[in-house]
Design a protein around this ligand. Structure first.
Ligand code: SAM
Length: 232
C-alpha cells in the first residue's frame, strides 16, 4: 500500500491495541485519518487540528454519521470536533488526551516552531501517548531523484540520529519514554543502513493516566486560541 496509507494504518493498529478514548490528530489536513478513526468505537472524542482551515473544510462533512451508523447502538457516543489553529499555540480544549498523532507535520515547521510544538504537545497538552512521524532523510538516496527535500514546503528532513536527539530531549524535559520504528521498508539487505522511509516515534507519558479535570485543576487560566470549525 502507498506510504500515506501505511502511516495511517500504523495509527489504527495502535488504536486497536491501546483503545484510547480521546484522540487528537494534529495537522489533520483533509481529515482522512479521522475518517478512518471514527469507526473505532472505543473512541469517544475525536479531534482534528490544522492551520489550514480551508483544507479541513473540504471533506469535513464526510465525518457526519451515515445512516448505517444509526444501526450501531453506540453511534451517539462519539463526538468529533475540528479546529483551525497552530500546533505552536496552546488551547485548553486539547489537554488531557489519551493519544495525540502528528503525522508528517513537524518537518513543515521551522526549528524554533518545533521547540514550541514540543512545549505545547508534551508540556501543555500532556497526553498519555504521542505518535510522531517524519521523513527519514537517510532513505532519500533510494528515490529516483534524490537531491533536495521530498516536498518543497519541508523546512528540514532528519536522519534517524537527529530525530532521536530531538525525541530523547523531549522525553527528558517532559517525562516521556519513546520507542522508534517506522513504515516503508527499504529493499532487502539495506534495511539497517537506511532505515524506514517514514520514521516514527511512539511516546508514552511516564506519569500514567490521570483524570484531566482533577489533574489540571480549575483555577488555572484557560487559553482558547483555536477556532472551532465543525462539531458533530
Ligand atoms: N497528517 C496528514 C497526513 O498524514 O496525511 C497531513 C500531513 S500534511 C503533509 C501537513 C499538514 O500540517 C498540512 O495539512 C498543514 O496545513 C499542517 N500544518 C502545517 N503547519 C501547521 C501548524 N503550525 N499547525 C497546525 N497544522 C499545521
Amino acid at each position: 500500500p502507498p506510504l500515506h496509507r501505511q502511516r495511517h494504518q500504523f495509527v489504527i493498529d495502535f488504536v486497536k491495541r491501546n483503545k484510547p478514548k480521546k484522540v487528537v490528530d494534529l495537522g489533520c489536513s483533509d481529515c482522512s485519518l479521522l475518517q478512518k478513526l471514527k469507526f473505532h468505537r472505543e473512541i469517544e472524542l475525536l479531534v482534528g487540528v490544522d492551520i489550514d482551515g480551508a483544507n479541513i473544510k473540504k471533506k469535513m462533512h464526510g465525518l457526519a454519521p451515515m445512516s448505517t451508523d444509526y444501526l450501531q447502538p453506540s453511534y451517539d457516543q462519539l463526538r468529533i470536533e475540528l479546529y483551525q489553529g497552530s500546533v505552536t499555540q496552546e488551547d485548553a480544549r486539547l489537554r488531557g488526551f489519551d493519544l495525540v498523532t502528528s503525522i508528517e507535520l513537524i518537518e513543515h515547521l521551522t526549528l524554533a516552531d518545533v521547540e514550541r510544538f514540543s512545549e505545547v504537545v508534551f508540556g501543555y497538552m500532556t497526553p498519555v501517548a504521542v505518535i510522531v512521524s517524519t521523513p527519514n532523510s537517510e532513505f532519500n538516496p533510494l528515490f529516483p531523484r534524490p537531491a533536495g527535500f521530498r516536498h518543497s514546503d519541508h523546512k528540514f528532513e532528519w536522519t534517524r540520529a537527529e530525530f532521536k536527539t530531538w525525541a530523547l530531549k523531549v522525553c527528558l524535559e517532559y517525562g516521556y519514554e519513546v520507542e522508534f520504528t517506522g513504515v516503508g521498508q527499504a529493499p532487502p539487505g539495506q534495511e539497517e543502513r537506511v532505515g524506514f522511509c517514514s520514521q516514527i516515534g511512539v511516546f508514552h507519558w511516564l506519569g500514567g493516566r490521570q483524570d484531566c479535570n482533577m489533574f489540571f485543576g480549575d483555577d488555572a487560566e484557560d487559553v482558547f486560541s483555536y477556532t472551532l470549525l465543525y462539531s458533530i
